[in-house]
Design a protein around this ligand. Structure first.
Ligand SMILES: Cc1cc2nc3c(=O)[nH]c(=O)nc-3n(C[C@H](O)[C@H](O)[C@H](O)COP(=O)(O)OP(=O)(O)OC[C@H]3O[C@@H](n4cnc5c(N)ncnc54)[C@H](O)[C@@H]3O)c2cc1C
Length: 405
C-alpha cells in the first residue's frame, strides 16, 4: 500500500537524505519534509576522518547534493530539530515551536559521540569526531598541536591517528581491549594494522584505560593511564564509540533498547513510524536476531528498503552488511566476522595485499580484505547469494574465484 503523505524524516544524515531522494525516484507524489538540525546541507561523514581531515577538499565537496536538488525534487529541507512526537495527533514538534503533521514519520536521527566521564574531558583540547564542524575545527587544531593522544583504537580513532601522524604529530593511542579494532575485525587484521601504525611511528597502548587528563588552566598537558604511564599531550581525541539517538522514540512511548526497535520491515511498534540507520536496531533474519549497525551501506540500504515499502513495494530488510576503513592501506569488510572459528588467508600479507576469509562452523561468514578489492566484490556477490567456498579453496591462489560466481 502506498503511504499517504506528508512523509516527515527526522534527521538528514546518510539515511535521511537517501530516503528522501529514493522516495522521489520511486515516484512518491506527496510532500516530503527532511528535517536537518546541522548548519550545513546534508553531507557524507566518512571523509571527515580521512581525506577531509588531511586538509584536502572544502565543505562543499562533502554535500550529497546542492540546494537546487531539494527545490527540483520538491523535498522541503527544514533547518530545525524535532523535539517531540505526538503520536495521537500524528505530528512532530520542532525546536522553533512549529508543529508538522505526518502521514508517515521516519526517525533517522543517527548517533552521537559517547563522552568520557573524566575531569577536564570538556576542555577545548579534548575533541570528538562525528560532525563536519568537529572535523573542520580538528583539522585546524592539528596544525598547531604537537602531541595527540587518541583514546580508543576503533576505526575512527585509528583513522585520525594515521592522518595526524602523517601530518607530523607525535601520536599515542590508548585502548582498553587487548587488540585494536577488536569489536569489528579478526585478530589477523588487528595485528596487521597494529604493525602498520607502529611502523609509521604511532605508539599503541593496549589493555589500559585513561585515569585522568592533566591540564594547566584550560590547556591539556597530558594523560595518565591505568598502568601508571603518563603521556604528554596538547590534543586528546576521544573515539570511544557512539550512543544511538533513541530519545525521541522513547519519549513517544516506542520500544527502544540499544537502538529504536524495528521489525524486519524497519517499522517501529507504531505502523505510522519507521526508524532507519545508526539509530535503529532491526530484526535481522540473516543473522537471526536484533542487529544495529553503523555504516553507510546499512543507512543507505535501509533507506532504499523503506522508500520501496512506502511506495507500495513491500519488502523485508535483509541486506548483506559491508563497510570499509582507510588507515593507509584500504580495508574493506563484507559480512560480519565476529564469532568466526577458522580463517583462511588469501594473498600476500607481507606485501599488504591479502584477504582473511572467515568461517564459522565451516560456513563462510565474511571476508576482510586489505588492498584486494576483487576479493571484496567477490564476497559481496557470493555471500549475497548465500554461497560459500572452502577454506582450502580460499587460500589457494590458483583457485578461480570468478569461476564460482
Ligand atoms: C568520522 C566518521 C567516519 C566514518 N567512516 C565510515 C566509513 O568509512 N564507512 C562506513 O561505512 N561508515 C563510516 N562511518 C559511519 C557512517 O557515517 C554512519 O553509519 C552513517 O552516517 C549513519 O547514517 P545515519 O543517517 O543513520 O546517521 P547520521 O549520519 O548520524 O545522521 C543523523 C542526523 O540526524 C540529526 N539529528 C539527530 N537528532 C535529530 C533531531 N531530533 N531532529 C533533527 N535531526 C536530528 C543528526 O544531527 C544527524 O545530522 C563514519 C562515521 C564517522 C562519524
Amino acid at each position: 500500500m502506498i503511504a499517504k503523505g506528508p512523509i516527515i524524516i527526522a534527521g538528514a544524515g546518510h539515511a535521511g537524505f537517501q530516503l528522501a531522494a529514493c522516495l522521489r525516484q520511486e515516484g512518491f507524489p506527496d510532500p516530503i519534509v527532511l528535517i536537518n538540525d546541522e548548519g550545513h546541507l546534508p553531507y557524507q561523514r566518512p571523509p571527515l576522518s580521512k581525506a577531509y581531515l588531511k586538509g584536502t577538499g572544502c565543505a562543499e565537496s562533502l554535500i550529497f547534493r546542492p540546494s537546487k536538488f531539494y527545490d527540483d525534487q520538491k523535498i522541503e529541507l527544514i533547518a530545525d530539530r524535532v523535539t517531540s512526537i505526538e503520536r495521537n495527533a500524528g505530528q512532530v514538534t520542532l525546536a522553533s515551536g512549529s508543529a508538522l503533521k505526518y502521514g508517515h514519520l521516519v526517525i533517522a536521527t543517527g548517533a552521537r559521540n559517547r563522552m568520557l566521564a573524566l575531569p577536564n574531558a570538556t576542555l577545548d583540547d579534548v575533541r570528538h569526531l562525528r560532525s563536519l564542524d568537529e572535523s573542520e575545527s580538528l583539522r585546524h587544531k592539528m596544525k598547531v598541536a604537537r602531541h595527540a593522544v587518541v583514546i580508543g583504537a576503533g576505526f575512527i580513532g585509528l583513522e585520525f591517528a594515521a592522518t595526524a601522524r602523517r601530518a607530523g604529530l607525535e601520536v599515542d593511542v590508548v585502548e582498553l581491549a587487548e587488540r585494536v579494532m577488536s569489536r569489528a575485525v579478526t585478530t589477523e587484521i588487528s595485528k596487521f594494522f597494529h604493525e602498520r601504525h607502529a611502523a609509521a611511528g604511532v605508539r599503541i597502548h593496549l589493555g589500559v584505560h585513561v585515569n585522568s587528563i592533566a591540564a594547566d588552566g584550560t590547556k591539556v598537558t597530558g594523560v595518565s593511564l591505568s598502568d601508571g604511564t603518563s603521556l604528554p599531550a596538547d590534543l586528546v581525541v576521544v573515539g570511544v564509540g557512539v550512543l544511538p539517538n533513541v530519545e525521541l522514540a522513547a519519549q513517544a512511548g516506542l520500544p527502544t533498547a540499544s537502538g529504536i526497535i524495528v521489525d524486519e520491515n524497519l517499522l517501529t511498534a507504531d505502523q505510522n513510524i519507521s526508524a532507519i540507520g545508526d539509530c535503529a536496531i532491526y530484526a535481522s533474519q540473516r543473522f537471526g536476531g536484533p542487529l544495529r549497525l553503523e555504516s553507510v551501506q546499512n543507512a543507505a540500504d535501509q533507506a532504499r528498503c523503506v522508500a520501496a515499502r512506502l511506495t507500495g513495494k513491500n519488502k523485508i530488510y535483509d541486506a548483506l552488511p559491508w563497510f570499509w576503513s582507510d588507515q593507509g592501506p584500504d580495508k574493506q569488510i563484507v559480512g560480519l566476522t565476529s564469532g568466526c572459528d577458522r580463517v583462511a588467508v588469501r594473498g600476500d600479507r607481507a606485501q599488504g595485499s591479502f584477504s582473511i576469509f572467515c568461517y564459522r562452523a565451516n560456513e563462510l561468514i565474511g571476508i576482510e580484505s586489505v588492498n584486494r578489492a576483487g576479493d571484496h566484490m567477490f564476497g559481496r556477490r557470493l555471500l549475497g547469494a548465500g554461497g560459500s567456498i572452502s577454506p582450502e579453496q580460499a587460500a589457494d591462489m590458483t583457485f578461480d574465484l570468478k569461476g564460482v560466481l
